[in-house]
Design a protein around this ligand. Structure first.
Ligand code: T5A
Length: 220
């Protein structure tokens, strides 16, 4: 785990892996497959998601995605709500699990804010970074997997979902999601040590194997 002031000599600490990508890129699908793989190897795994993963975070998720009042939400409010959900998740779930030596698989983390609120909503990077760091308490993932798919592919996958209406974020334009995709790829390019970009258009099994190979390589 990369954390300010961490005791790097401890062999007990877990591993924190986040999954990123736009809607329908296959994060949830791969997280559940990778969790199963870890469990087969007798690791303790904690799967979580953003926004959400705690009672407070799930309430904020509802507000951000489904509540009618969301229609009047300003980008700055949105940024702070995502950060608030994260602040709770980090302290209530992620840090304790890491300290207990578990593997954390998180469906999104602070890079989502950098890309969605920073790049796509065009909030300037200074407040976005400062708020991200404050909420996360400087806790960064050991590895971030980006599942990259063309916007149309993600849209068509999400459209075929059994669930009913699109949520507030899913009503955004194609251009917005083009920015999201571009934002992720630029971020990965700027921090190749932490990020791995995987082609999310491949069959599920192939992507799973690619992720597993990467995890074995990095964390043997
Ligand atoms: N957000 C979030 C911000 O703006 N800022 C932030 O800081 C944070 C944390 C979260 C929303 O909030 C935004 C981003 C989002 O708009 P969410 O419901 O959690 O909302 O949305 P997503 O994380 O995008 O979840 P999705 O369910 O839409 O996408 P996934 O999890 O990437 O995709 P998944 O696995 O559910 O798969 C979608 C469909 O595709 C199929 C699956 O079976 C499923 O039907 N599929 C494949 N089909 C073909 N080939 C493959 N390889 C496939 N993999 C999966």
């Amino acid at each position: 785990m990369r954390k300010e002031n961490q005791d790097s000599s401890s062999s007990e600490r877990g591993i924190f892996i986040s999954f990123e990508g736009s809607e329908g890129s296959g994060k949830t699908t791969q997280i559940s497959r990778i969790a199963e793989r870890f469990e087969k190897e007798k690791f303790e795994v904690v799967v979580t998601r953003e926004p959400g993963g705690t009672a407070i975070g799930e309430s904020i998720r509802h507000l951000l995605k489904h509540d009618d009042s969301g229609d009047a939400m300003f980008p700055e409010t949105e940024l702070l709500l995502f950060a608030a959900a994260r602040a709770q998740l980090v302290r209530e779930v992620i840090v304790p699990a890491l300290e207990a030596g578990k593997i954390i698989l998180s469906d999104r983390y602070l890079d989502s804010t950098t890309v969605y609120q920073g790049v796509a909503r065009q909030i300037s990077s200074e407040p976005v970074q400062a708020i991200n760091n404050f909420a996360a308490g400087e806790l960064m993932p050991d590895l971030t997997i980006i599942l990259d798919v063309p916007v149309e592919t993600g849209f068509s996958r999400v459209k075929h979902r059994v669930s009913d209406l699109p949520d507030r974020m899913e009503l955004e334009s194609v251009e917005f999601y083009e920015q999201v995709r571009k934002g992720y790829l630029l971020l990965a390019e700027s921090m190749p040590d932490r990020f791995v970009v995987i082609d999310g258009t491949e069959p599920r099994e192939k992507i799973e194997q690619r992720i597993w190979d990467e995890l074995r390589l990095r964390f043997s």
